[in-house]
Design a protein around this ligand. Structure first.
Ligand code: ADP
Ligand code: MG
Length: 238
């Protein structure tokens, strides 16, 4: 059995469908990149998996459990956004601890996990800084740590690197991949950047107009594109 099973998932806003029949499975610990042009439905798909959007049809199973109708906070799924979404009036430590406090963990446990999170994303020395005192890359590290300390079953990353400049992007993407592998954390990483997809992923899901048009390793997709869309989209690489 696969760790994540998405079957016949459908989502529309009013009468406009974003997707009608999304099907895929993901193994435990896999790093999946969801790649596709702007507006094809990537963020909506992640939001449906996270429970931030409802779905109109289909099911989402994680580790055999049907989570399709569970509230977001009970899914064990963490999401990182392009815009960081940090609390501006809280320090790095308090931003990372926030979700743990909501879970009513002991203060020892919270402290231990926050320390671990800070070390994982290499923010040592920044504990008492506020978001406005940090660079974009550092802010995204705080957002990543905030997700990791929740010990999620699945990590969803919605274009977490898109607002950063090239060098920081490359650095952070390598670090995300290292952490993910070390934790064996099942991850869906969304991007519209072909190079990120081709260099980071165990498998790529190529999405266009609300459909996953091809899934496979970077090599498969690069050498055997399923159709003209995939060929031209991947062909933009370089
Ligand atoms: P992507 O992340 O691939 O750029 P999105 O999932 O954000 O795509 O959007 C897919 C489609 O759904 C777009 O046509 C977008 O306008 C529409 N959409 C997204 N969110 C909403 C919403 N809250 N209400 C209405 N339409 C939406
Ligand atoms: Mg998006």
């Amino acid at each position: 059995m696969s760790y994540v099973e998405v079957t016949n998932l459908a989502k529309r806003f009013d009468s406009t469908p974003v997707f009608k029949e999304i099907n895929f499975t993901i193994n435990k610990g896999e790093f999946i990149t969801l790649l596709g042009p702007s507006g094809c439905g990537k963020s909506t798909l992640l939001r449906c998996i996270a429970g931030l959007n409802s779905v109109d049809n289909g099911s989402i199973l994680v580790d055999g459990e049907d989570i399709t109708s569970l509230p977001a906070q009970r899914r064990g799924i963490a999401m990182v956004f392009q815009s960081y979404a940090l609390f501006p009036n809280m320090t790095v430590t308090d931003n990372i601890a926030f979700g743990l406090k909501m879970q009513k963990l002991s203060s020892d446990e919270i402290q231990r996990r926050v320390r671990e999170g800070i070390e994982m994303v290499e923010l040592n020395g920044r504990e008492d800084h506020y978001p406005h005192q940090l660079s974009g890359g550092q802010r995204q590290r705080v957002a990543l740590a905030r997700s990791l300390v929740m010990q999620p079953r699945i990590l969803l990353l919605d274009e977490p690197l898109s607002a950063l400049d090239a060098k920081i992007r490359k650095n952070l993407r390598e670090q995300i991949r290292l952490i993910q592998q070390e934790l064996n954390l099942t991850t869906i990483f969304v991007t519209h950047d072909q190079e990120e997809a081709l260099t980071m992923s165990d498998r790529i899901f190529l999405m266009n107009s609300g459909q996953i048009v091809q899934s496979g390793s970077a090599e498969e997709i690069y050498t055997e594109p399923a159709d003209a869309f995939v060929a031209s989209f991947i062909g933009n690489y370089n």
